[in-house]
Design a protein around this ligand. Structure first.
Ligand code: DX5
Ligand code: ZN
Length: 235
């Protein structure tokens, strides 16, 4: 499949590196490019939450918005596809300028989706809902670049972090270490200066934060504060 994707993509960065990924879900969509610009230097990635009204009850944005944002931001676009049928849209997201796409393991067809993402030149992520066990992602660990452990039930920003997911984060990190694999571990939902250290200790290295960044008056300072507490925790 020949796809007209950008010839140079933003760098994802080395595996395992601490990364802060503000989620646009909590930004003001009326001035989205401005909001994204406010975190340009404080963020490593931009987390783009795509919701289809079926896999989750909410509806957000699709490829046209990603394409618009692409013209305004050089950040790595980490697109989280909360969709029942992501395969139907992966090519459109790649063409729009997505750099990485993460699909949910709960929707099935995972082997085919991974192959499709690779073919499109996307960085490959697999997400697990809080109730989905580690075993669901284990067979795919050697094929992917990132595991996203949801720390809330997906669908909405501003929910409370679920500490019970930390055992799974630790299991995922252990399996990656044991296998000598290059895979990032992302956490998403309720991440702020209070919860990020706990997730970092469990083994997460990519931290999505929506309301704790864009819900603040100075989003760049909020993102920096999360990075600081993580660095302080890990020493
Ligand atoms: C939730 C989304 C998250 C959301 C996180 O379904 O996947 O990325 O934006 O928002 P906060 O950080 O407010 O929990
Ligand atoms: Zn997300």
């Amino acid at each position: 499949m020949a796809v007209d994707t950008p010839s140079t993509r933003p760098e994802a960065g080395p595996f395992g590196q601490i990364r802060i990924a503000p989620s646009v879900l909590s930004a003001d969509f009326g001035v989205l490019a401005e909001q994204v610009g406010e975190v340009a230097t404080a963020a490593d990635w931009l987390h783009v939450d795509v919701m289809d009204g079926h896999f989750v009850p909410n509806v957000t944005i699709g490829p046209p918005v990603v394409a618009s944002l692409r013209r305004h931001s050089p950040l790595f676009f980490d697109c989280h596809l909360m969709m029942t049928d992501p395969g139907q849209y992966l090519e459109a997201f790649a063409k729009a300028g997505a750099d990485g796409c993460t699909v949910h393991v709960e929707v099935g067809g995972t082997t085919e989706l991974i192959a499709q993402m690779r073919q499109l030149g996307l960085r490959v992520g697999l997400a697990l809902n809080p109730a989905t066990p580690f075993e669901a992602v284990a067979p795919f660990l050697h094929l992917i670049d990132m595991v996203l452990c949801m720390t809330v039930v997906p669908g909405f920003g501003g929910q409370s972090f679920m500490p019970e997911v930390m055992d799974k984060v630790a299991q995922v990190r252990q399996a990656i270490t044991d296998g000598g694999l290059n895979v990032d571990v992302e956490v998403d939902g309720g991440i702020d200066v209070r919860t990020a250290p706990e997730a970092a200790r469990a083994g997460a290295n990519v931290f999505v934060a929506g309301s704790a960044v864009f819900g603040r008056d100075r989003p760049w300072e909020a993102a920096d504060a999360i990075r600081s507490v993580i660095n302080a925790t890990l020493g």
